[in-house]
Design a protein around this ligand. Structure first.
Ligand code: HEC
Length: 109
């Protein structure tokens, strides 16, 4: 699969890594980075008040998510329970995003 990508992007003027970074930072409008940070690690997006207590809105780390789960969460239609938007990404885009985030996961597995 990786070989296929190298073939696909090898001749292009941007590298596969640059392409993946671009996808992560600006896919179809709303950047993953806005919510998941530079490296997909756990983020506190903001605070809200729950029964009078200041509570952080925590976005979980996506660095250790397996590929199947990663893919499913991007393909599945989101209901109003989550603030994460729906994206219409292709399989290749999802794989590129997954690989991009995995580079931050080195040594943590
Ligand atoms: C508006 C904020 C927001 C944006 C933008 C966003 N996410 Fe998320 N994401 C979340 C939140 C919040 C969760 C936690 C689970 C939930 O509420 O669905 C989440 C969960 C996930 C999960 C599942 C984690 C798990 O443990 O199963 C993955 C994978 C993911 N996001 C990837 C992405 C990618 C890739 C992008 C860009 C294409 C993106 N997200 C854009 C807010 C966002």
């Amino acid at each position: 699969m990786l070989f296929f990508f190298i073939q696909l992007f090898g001749a292009d003027f941007i590298t596969f890594k640059e392409y993946s970074k671009m996808l992560y930072e600006n896919p179809r409008g709303i950047s993953c980075k806005k919510c998941h940070g530079n490296d997909g690690g756990e983020q506190i997006l903001g605070y809200y008040t729950k029964q009078g207590v200041k509570t952080p809105y925590i976005i979980p780390s996506i660095q250790n998510v397996g590929f199947e789960r990663f893919k499913n969460s991007l393909l599945q239609y989101k209901d109003s329970k989550t603030i994460m938007p729906n994206y219409s990404l292709t399989d290749n885009e999802i794989l590129a995003l997954y690989n991009y985030i995995q580079q931050f996961n080195k040594g943590k597995k």
